[in-house]
Design a protein around this ligand. Structure first.
Ligand code: KG4
Ligand code: ZN
Length: 354
């Protein structure tokens, strides 16, 4: 919180603001309220995972339609939990991208409608910036600068974060994202959608050391990743007449390979930048083995690692409301055109108000 207040003061922002956050970029509908003095007041979320499970992945059109029905009840729920009304809200922040365009448009138009009705400023937030700043919601947030490993279903990035809006891309995946690799490998092992947490659960029963996969791109310099070959390696190693033990052992070896690779590149990024704080965010940062490994590696070297609480690792509106507060200087009047971008490079972001 001290961190937030000093950031606000340094930019002459008004200190008391209550921001409504709306997230609809993929298959979670979420609404949250962040107050600059009192912190996070409420967060409500509905996951569509069960609905998409039948199809083995997210169906964009179904996602968009479901957001429409969920968003208003979630708003009511969040306001009730926060014990406030719309009259107490001073600005509205919504995820403007990247994500599924139909899903994004639901949140964007809902935010625009609410803002127009109450003449409130409205801010389109970059979803990945939301993930990067999610650890700021924790009681002991990191100071700038930090290195962030952002590992989600669609992205795997290493970013040096010098401040809000000051991001230097250090490395990224050349093909599949880490979460995508989890999801695809889970499917291969016959696990239901969403595959990442299911594979992690299966891996807990696996025997370490029976299978071993080559760690991709660790023997060359640089901070980029490549995970697409790994699922092929798992497919090749999977016996035709496989049983529960085979699948659990493969899940374990797969997870060890991803965790090892991510950990090695994180250490390399901290060493090369001279930064001592590591933030890990995005859906895959909920992975227990990854968290344990990164804590161990950073403690050993006298560094520190920071994670959002598990429910804020995956998509949520708390991070959008918080980022909205940080970007109040970018708010536009309620009559702005609705903004939604399926693709939006993080490198296009500027410091707030710039
Ligand atoms: O950040 P997120 O909720 O959505 C995106 O913006 O992509 O991340 C979702 C990704 C999915 O690929 C999911 O399988 C993965 O995060 N994930 C996990 C775990 N929990 C979620 N992967 C490994 N272990 C987990 N415990
Ligand atoms: Zn996400």
């Amino acid at each position: 919180m001290d961190n937030d207040v000093s950031l606000a003061q340094s930019r002459n922002m008004p200190l008391s603001q209550t921001v409504l956050g709306i997230e609809t970029s993929c298959d979670e509908t979420a609404v949250a309220v962040y107050d600059s003095r009192r912190g996070l007041l409420a967060h409500a979320l509905h996951s569509q995972a069960a609905m998409h499970a039948e199809y083995g992945g997210v169906v964009p059109e179904l996602a968009a339609r479901d957001h429409i029905g969920r968003i208003q009840p979630l708003l009511r729920h969040a306001l009730e939990d926060a014990a406030i009304t719309m009259r107490d809200i001073s600005a509205i922040a919504y995820t403007a991208g990247p994500g599924l365009i139909g899903a994004l448009l639901v949140g964007a138009s809902f935010a625009a409608g609410l803002a127009a009705g109450r003449q409130l400023p409205v801010i389109g937030i970059h979803h990945l910036e939301g993930h990067l700043l999610a650890p700021m919601l924790e009681p002991d947030p990191p100071y700038f600068p930090f290195v962030a490993l952002l590992v989600s279903g669609g992205h795997t990035l290493l970013v040096a974060v010098d401040g809000v809006g000051r991001y230097r891309l250090l490395g990224e995946t050349l093909d599949d994202a880490a979460g995508e690799a989890f999801d695809k490998t889970a499917k291969l092992l016959g696990l239901p959608y969403p595959g990442g947490p299911e594979l992690a659960r299966l891996a807990e029963n696996g025997q370490s050391g029976r299978f071993h996969f080559r760690r991709p791109m660790v023997d060359r310099p640089g901070l980029d990743f490549s995970f697409s070959g790994l699922k092929t390696a798992v497919a090749t190693a999977l016996p035709d007449d496989n049983d529960d033990a085979d699948r659990a052992d493969l899940a374990c070896a797969f997870e060890e390979c991803v965790v090892d690779t991510l950990a090695l590149k994180c250490c390399r990024a901290l060493e090369s930048t001279g930064i001592t704080r590591l933030v890990v965010a995005g859906g895959v940062s909920a992975n227990r083995r990854l968290r344990a490994r990164l804590v161990e590696d950073t403690v050993q070297r006298g560094w520190r690692s920071y994670f959002p609480r598990p429910q804020f690792c995956t998509d949520n509106a708390a991070m959008i409301a918080y980022t909205g507060w940080q970007r109040l200087a970018d708010a536009v009047p309620a009559v702005n055109p609705i903004q939604a971008r399926a693709r939006w490079p993080l490198s296009e972001l500027k410091t707030p108000g710039a």
